[in-house]
Design a protein around this ligand. Structure first.
Ligand code: NAD
Ligand code: IPM
Ligand code: MN
Length: 372
């Protein structure tokens, strides 16, 4: 019996997790997988009522779970950043989910490319460092100095910034930071992942021609690790990578990418799979509690209209199953999605006419039909 935390969150997060749970229930009916799910009321509604984001009580309870199944957060009534940093990014940091695994796989014929080529890129996005530290601030005409203060398990970052008294400008800054420990565990994970997948190389995406300090250090550690693991290393600048994902996606396998660029490239990757409604992801701590979620957000523009494509959430459930040791069940979810696409049983974003729940029902029907 697996103990899962369920956090539907906001907007379409609730709608797609609802489907994801029905799909997991169907999997329970026909396989040895079994789970109990505890629902957590974490998101904008609770925040607007009580001011609570991710509380210590939440994290204490979540820590006892085998895995977390998460929908999305984000609400137009709340200033950008509050829910995102206070809930989602805090969860990734507190549980040290340092790998964000985001597969980008062709689902023929959904690919919006001129050529139809099969591809299967596995993005490993570093998930705890880079420009996602919340290390920033403002200073300038009214206040001449600012201090960054970020406390993490590995370091206590303090930076002082000052302007001279004649200054007549305002400043805002955001610090991107990488640690040797953070890069090393990221590199080890990437090379081991490539080995397990049978990939001959790891592609490291960066902008080492501009952000020479952080990505220079990252390159040197990846180079050492490439030798140690006996797997080739290839560099791609992020701008060229965005282009290459369109013109030759089939040439990539395991791709390691720092946090911010990984966020951007995997939305592009989702679109290569048919749209944001197709991208599943796992926030992984190999020795702790991992969290599985669709790549997309709360989509306020379509929330409550039964239009949300639940497949990304189903593919996140697939990743959860596989992470928990249920490979066959995970593979069955992949086939259930394939079956829906083949039959045109899809939501409007993929050109279909079905509602979120109807796609869920089609997926459940397929799974229940797999009973041995
Ligand atoms: P979004 O991913 O919510 O939506 C972008 C576009 O894609 C919208 O037009 C939306 O309708 C469409 N879309 C997304 N998911 C879809 C699905 N499953 N089916 C069909 N169409 C889908 O991104 P946004 O609009 O930039 O952000 C909205 C809110 O979500 C913001 O508050 C943002 O911070 C938050 N957000 C949260 C997460 C998360 O929780 N992991 C991820 C991204 C954005
Ligand atoms: C994602 C989202 C988050 C991110 C936001 C909501 C903080 O865009 O999961 O891709 O940038 O990581
Ligand atoms: Mn994103």
């Amino acid at each position: 019996m697996k103990h899962l935390a369920i956090i539907p969150g906001d907007g379409i997060g609730k709608e797609v997790i609802d489907v994801g749970l029905k799909v997991l229930d169907a999997v329970c009916e026909i396989s040895s997988f079994d789970y109990d799910g505890e629902l957590f009321d974490i998101g904008s509604e609770r925040y607007l009522k009580s001011g609570e984001l991710l509380t210590d009580e939440d994290t204490d309870s979540l820590r006892k779970k085998d895995a977390i199944y998460f929908g999305a957060i984000g609400d137009p009534r709340v200033k950008p950043g509050i829910l995102e940093q206070g809930i989602l990014l805090k969860m990734r940091a507190v549980f040290d989910q340092y790998i964000n695994l985001r597969p980008v796989t062709s689902w023929f014929p959904l690919v919006p490319l001129k050529r139809e080529v099969p591809f299967d890129i596995h993005f490993l996005r570093e998930n705890t460092e880079d420009f996602y530290m919340g290390a920033g601030g403002t200073f300038g005409r009214d206040r001449k100095d600012a201090r960054v203060n970020v406390k993490r398990e590995m370091y206590d970052l303090q930076i002082d910034l000052r302007t001279n008294s004649s200054n007549n400008d305002d400043f805002a800054f955001e610090i991107g930071l990488l640690s040797r420990k953070g890069i090393t565990r990221f590199a080890d994970y990437a090379f081991n992942y490539a080995k397990a997948r049978g990939d001959k190389k790891v592609t490291l995406v960066d902008k080492a021609n501009v952000c020479t300090h952080i990505y220079g250090m990252q390159r040197s550690i990846f180079e050492e690790k490439s030798k140690e693991h006996g797997i080739a290393l290839e560099y791609m600048f992020v701008d060229a990578m965005a282009m290459a994902m369109i013109v030759r996606p089939e040439t990539f396998g395991t791709v390691a990418v720092p946090n911010l660029f990984g966020d951007i490239l995997t939305d592009l990757g989702s679109q290569l799979q048919g749209g944001l409604g197709m991208g599943g992801s796992g926030n992984i701590n190999p020795n702790g509690v991992s969290m599985f979620e669709p790549i997309h957000g709360s989509a306020p523009d379509i929330a409550g209209q039964k239009k949300a494509n639940p497949i990304a959430a189903v593919l996140a459930a697939r990743m959860l199953l596989e992470n928990q040791g249920y490979q066959e069940e995970g593979e069955m979810l992949r086939r259930s999605v394939r079956d829906c696409l083949d039959k045109g049983l899809t939501t409007p974003d993929l050109g279909g006419k079905l509602t979120t729940d109807e796609v869920g029902e089609a997926i459940c029907r397929y799974i229940l039909g797999q009973k041995k």
